[in-house]
Design a protein around this ligand. Structure first.
Ligand code: ZN
Length: 259
């Protein structure tokens, strides 16, 4: 991934999305106003930071990508495979609903979700054009939330999966993601090539959420998948990590919108 520094806001970007009329980025934790344990560009009020800090941080993040904060469409994220079509913004203090995927074909709508180890997945159909964003932890990954978003783009926009450019952003990597036996068992039920996603490390199984989502996207017909391979637990100086920070931490943001 490429990193752009915009007035102290560090934006991680995908080469495959730097084409066409798309604004996108994953924001690292630098350049905001929040104190520890949310220092400093915390983009969520869900873990105890003040509304004023989060509002200022969100304004800085949106401006760094030349998006107006009042164009935001976002979600109350619930680890589901539900997808909402955003034809309009919901305003800075509201949500489109409880779900984990958002899609739009409107240039005046900026899709925005928050993360601290779960996987951000960005989708772009250059033909319509249309974009999408998905939040997937292990639950959303096993539910194939990314494939649900591809299906929603087919139904709403006539998107052909083979046209989609997909990108898998910073999240907990296979190096740090030990999982219990119930997740291992569920992975083997859901994924045809499960053994490629599971590694034994010091007696525990580690799950590769990046390749699991890439497998799910390919099975849904998506041919172009860029995996960022940035682990949030390895890169604690740059990203909030729920696991590596012991639960009490902030949330970083993933944004995509049509220009
Ligand atoms: Zn790691």
């Amino acid at each position: 991934m490429r990193v752009v520094d915009a007035n102290g806001i560090h934006i991680f970007q995908f080469e495959s999305l730097e084409v066409g009329p798309v604004a996108h980025g994953i924001f690292a934790r630098h350049g905001g106003v929040s104190p520890e344990p949310y220092a400093s560009l915390n983009l969520s009020v869900s873990t105890g930071d003040s509304r004023e800090n989060v509002r200022e941080n969100r304004t800085r993040a949106f401006r760094a990508l030349a998006r107006a904060p009042d164009t935001v469409a976002d979600l109350w994220q619930v680890h589901s495979a539900d997808v909402i079509v955003a034809d309009t913004p919901n305003g800075p203090h509201d949500y489109k609903g409880k779900a984990d995927g958002l899609i739009t074909d409107r240039p005046g709508v900026t899709l925005f979700l928050r993360f601290a180890d779960c996987v951000p997945i960005l989708l772009y159909d250059p033909r319509r054009p249309a974009v999408g964003v998905v939040h997937a932890g292990w639950r959303g990954t096993l539910l194939k939330a990314c494939a649900a978003a591809v299906q929603a783009m087919r139904e709403s926009y006539g998107t052909r999966p083979s046209d989609i450019v997909a990108a898998i952003g910073p999240s907990i990597g296979p190096c740090h993601y030990a999982v219990g036996p119930e997740v291992v068992a569920a992975t083997r039920v859901v994924f045809a090539e499960a053994e490629a996603l599971l590694q034994r490390v010091n007696g525990a199984y580690h799950l590769d959420l990046w390749q699991a989502n890439a497998q799910a996207l390919r099975a849904a017909g998506v041919e172009q998948v860029e995996v960022g391979e940035v682990c949030t637990a390895c890169r604690r100086a740059d990203f909030f990590s729920h696991r590596a920070n012991g639960g009490r931490t902030g949330r970083f943001g993933a944004l995509i919108g049509l220009r």
